[in-house]
Design a protein around this ligand. Structure first.
Ligand code: C2E
Ligand code: CA
Ligand code: CA
Length: 769
């Protein structure tokens, strides 16, 4: 018997899904911690900002010190009298406040500088100049760039500190600047009216387009060409935009622009919200959660759905967070997710390969155990009882072709059943039907298997037995075994299908205990032999007897051979039992030969034993011990069609025939013996099964069958014995159609050796008289 659920699974050793996830997350965390993909992250961020592009709110106007302005005033340092003039004109045009993106830390021409001081005095508290701290690694080398004292005294000072990302891919600003005794809010925070931690960065919302910030040329203002409407009520930020100057910033998606715009966009950002930065950790944690969900999902469909949801989240979340001014790093988690999904997919491939039968490519038991539906539906097992013979007699391709054909035949139209194969057993999930309908379903399936299969031009008969497990409460592994057990019980009982019930369980447990008891019984002498006489019809004489094993159990009483012969075959005890019977019977019957020289002893040999290597030698050894001549022995073997095609069986049959032992084909008519089989098996006797014999009087069909079998056997030079004769009519009919030997309750029941002996003596005396 095959116990597929105990066999080691063929799944290759592969890293566990959990290890893959943990490693992917660790790699992601390392990448996040070393800030490795910063430039890529900036490009990704810039790309998103570009997609979300929106115009500036226009509350701050840039007064651009552009190329035209420098052309007119002289490039580089022009006299600050122009700045004085600019301030006066801006306020005249209605400007609210004026900020300079300039530090004024070096003195220029005296006249201009004092004009600037005077102008600042005219607009107290409304003009803001810049300052920047420069931090070196050594504290002593830190610098503070700020306006000259005479300007500081009459103007406000705000920080212009910025932070350029590597490769000029992005730019961040500060809430304020603090260095030693110097401390100043940033110009942008000041414009927005926001207080924030000094030396703390924030990210301007770079979706605000630089090109949309209202801009007026400084020269136009100085020449009186700027309109009141463009400046009235606005804050003004004065800064360099001239291509000749070196005050440029760069942001992905926006290109190069004058540094002044960064402050303007920063101010709008702070007016709209408070940017926060959450780094890479939240995204990695979320990725970890998703990966855990994926690895714990039971179905492919659910896994795919979670992966899709993860991808969707990965795309959407950055946009949503951007809109909320939340800066986060995504690439570490993308990388972790990518690695994990790739590795899990290849892991699945490895495991999927392990979920298939290598010859037929059908899913195997490991796959059935993984099937979620298995715990909700009946599990059906179908044992192909002669599969081993098919496998032995045909090539591999026929084997897999046959399995495929069987599966196809079992697939009812309109149903997509999935079959799982383990050697000679097919499993599948049955329909969720009530018991009585399931019975009809099974009977239908059994009928489907009755006609032969045509595989590569050969007709192959399949002997199938179905078992069904309905106990949904049990673990699937357990149910698979129970379905198979039910199938084997069905086979043993000559039924096409059986459902498991709790009785079956007790039965199998009992079967196992039975086997150890059988061993004891052989040792203790609880096994004895009954002999059923066989009568020659033409002479009306006893010409032999069949030895039938009997077990007198000390507690259970007499146990029928049907109850322990099959388990003994399955649990590998049949050899020991059979040889024991052969020894007892031949030694008991030996003395008869002296008084009844033609006496024949028939002993049953299980078909499975015919595959035993060294069987003839073992028989000879026993006969040597008991002195029983081979010529007086008949071995009864149950017919089974493909068995003669087994190499070892054929060898054994030949060797037995060579020893002079007769072979009888037992239960003839119940199997699938063909003419070819009859011709090839070296037998001397055909024993027609009692199921046919019992019906010959009542059933003309059976009668014809038995008659033609007798004719056929005689034609081949074989004798015919009929078993199961229970009435005189049957006996006479058999005699009339030429049957040679008769055995049955009507003639004599199986009896003890002493009873047989006196029966033989009586008939000998009758003959002598
Ligand atoms: P079998 O070889 O077909 O043996 C004939 C069976 O039919 C015996 O049952 C016998 O008692 C019964 N029988 C005889 N005459 C009649 C009749 O007129 N009517 C009916 N209804 N039955 C009749 P038993 O002894 O219970 O054996 C059952 C089966 O157990 C045997 O069937 C055989 O397959 C197996 N068996 C018995 N002894 C041995 C043995 O020593 N070794 C092996 N391997 N199998 C054995
Ligand atoms: Ca028999
Ligand atoms: Ca029989």
């Amino acid at each position: 018997m095959i116990w597929p659920f105990r066999r080691k699974s063929s799944v290759k050793k592969a890293p566990s899904a959990r290890r893959i996830v943990i490693w992917a997350l660790i790699i992601g965390a390392i990448i996040g911690a070393v800030d490795l993909p910063r430039p890529l992250e900036d490009i990704y961020r810039g790309g998103r900002a570009w997609l979300r592009a929106r115009p500036a709110d226009g509350k701050t106007v840039v007064v651009a010190i552009d190329d035209r302005t420098f052309d007119r005033l002289g490039s580089g340092y022009y006299s600050r009298k122009h700045n004085a003039d600019l301030i006066d004109r801006l306020f005249a045009l209605g400007a609210k406040r004026v900020y300079f993106d300039e530090i004024f830390s070096v003195p220029l021409d005296k006249e201009g500088d004092s004009a600037f001081v005077e102008a600042l005095k005219r607009h107290p508290g409304k003009v803001t100049l810049g300052a920047i701290t420069f931090r070196a690694r050594e504290k002593s080398q830190n610098y503070i760039y700020q306006p000259l004292p005479q300007f500081r005294a009459v103007a406000r000072v705000r920080s212009l500190h910025t932070s350029q990302a590597p490769f000029g891919l992005s730019e961040e600003l500060y809430y304020g600047d603090r260095e030693g005794s110097f401390g100043a809010q940033s110009a942008s925070a000041d414009i927005a009216g926001v207080k924030g931690e000094a030396n703390t960065k924030y990210r301007p919302d770079w979706s605000i387009r630089v090109s949309s910030v209202p801009t007026v040329s400084m020269l136009d203002v100085l020449e009186g060409k700027a309109s009141q409407s463009s400046l009235s009520g606005k804050d003004v930020f004065v800064g360099i935009t001239a291509m000749t100057q070196n005050d440029f910033a760069h942001v992905v998606g926006q290109g190069w622009f004058g540094g002044v715009y960064a402050h303007v966009i920063g101010a709008q950002t702070l007016r709209e919200g408070r940017p926060v930065s959450i780094g890479w950790i939240p995204a990695i944690l979320l990725t970890g959660a998703l990966l855990i969900l994926i690895t714990s999902a039971r179905t492919r469909k659910r896994r795919a759905a979670i992966v899709a949801a993860g991808l969707g989240l990965g795309v959407a979340a950055p946009f949503v967070l951007d809109a909320w001014f939340v800066t986060a790093e995504f690439l570490p988690s993308y990388i972790a997710f990518g690695i994990a999904i790739y590795r899990l997919a290849t892991l699945r491939e490895i495991r999927d390969a392990g979920l298939k039968n290598s010859a037929t490519l059908m899913p195997n038991l490991a796959a059935l155990r993984e099937e979620v539906l298995a715990s909700k539906r009946p599990i059906i097992a179908m044992r192909l009882r002669n599969y081993a013979a098919v496998g032995a007699s045909f090539s591999d391709s026929v084997e897999s072709e046959l399995i495929g054909e069987v599966a196809r035949r079992l697939t009812l139209p309109g149903e997509a059943a999935c079959f799982y194969q383990a050697e000679d057993v097919l499993y599948w999930l049955g329909p969720a039907l009530p018991m009585y309908e399931l019975e009809g379903h099974m009977a239908g399936l059994a009928r489907l298997m009755e006609s032969p299969f045509l595989i590569s031009g050969r007709k192959i008969d399949i002997h199938a037995a179905f078992g069904i497990d309905l106990d949904l409460a049990r673990p699937v592994v357990n149910r698979i075994g129970r379905a198979l057990l039910a199938a084997d019980n069905a086979a043993a009982k000559h039924q096409s299908y059986l459902f498991n019930t709790s009785d079956n369980d007790e039965e199998s447990a009992w079967e196992l205990s039975l086997m150890s008891e059988l061993d004891e019984a052989i040792d203790n002498g609880d096994i004895w032999i009954a002999y059923q006489p066989q009568f020659e019809l033409k002479s009306d004489r006893i010409i032999g007897a069949e030895a039938l094993v009997r077990w007198q159990h000390p507690v259970r009483g007499a146990i029928s051979p049907e109850a322990f012969i099959l388990p003994a075959e399955e649990h590998n005890r049949i050899g020991r039992l059979t040889f024991h019977v052969l020894k007892l019977a031949t030694s008991a019957a030996h003395p008869f030969l002296a008084t009844n020289p033609g006496f024949r002893l028939s002993v049953n040999i299980s078909a499975s034993l015919m595959e035993l290597d060294g069987l003839p030698a073992r028989i000879i050894e026993i006969l040597g011990q008991t002195g029983f001549p081979t010529a007086s022995l008949t071995l009864e073997v149950t017919e089974s069609a493909p068995f003669a095609e087994h190499e070892i069986v054929a060898q054994n049959l030949k060797a037995i025939a060579a020893l002079g032992i007769d072979l009888s084909i037992d239960d003839y008519g119940t199997g699938n013996a063909t003419l070819e089989y009859l011709r090839s098996v070296p037998c001397q006797e055909i024993k027609i099964d009692r199921r046919f014999v019992a019906e010959i009087v009542a059933n003309n069909g059976d009668m014809l069958l038995v008659e033609s079998t007798i004719e056929l056997a005689h034609g081949m030079g074989r004798r015919v014995i009929a078993e199961g004769i229970e009435d005189p009519e049957t006996l006479e009919l058999l005699r009339a159609i030429g049957c040679d030997i008769a055995q049955g309750y009507y003639l004599a029941k199986p009896m003890r050796i002493e009873a047989l002996e006196s029966l033989l003596n009586i008939s000998a005396r009758i003959r002598a008289a």
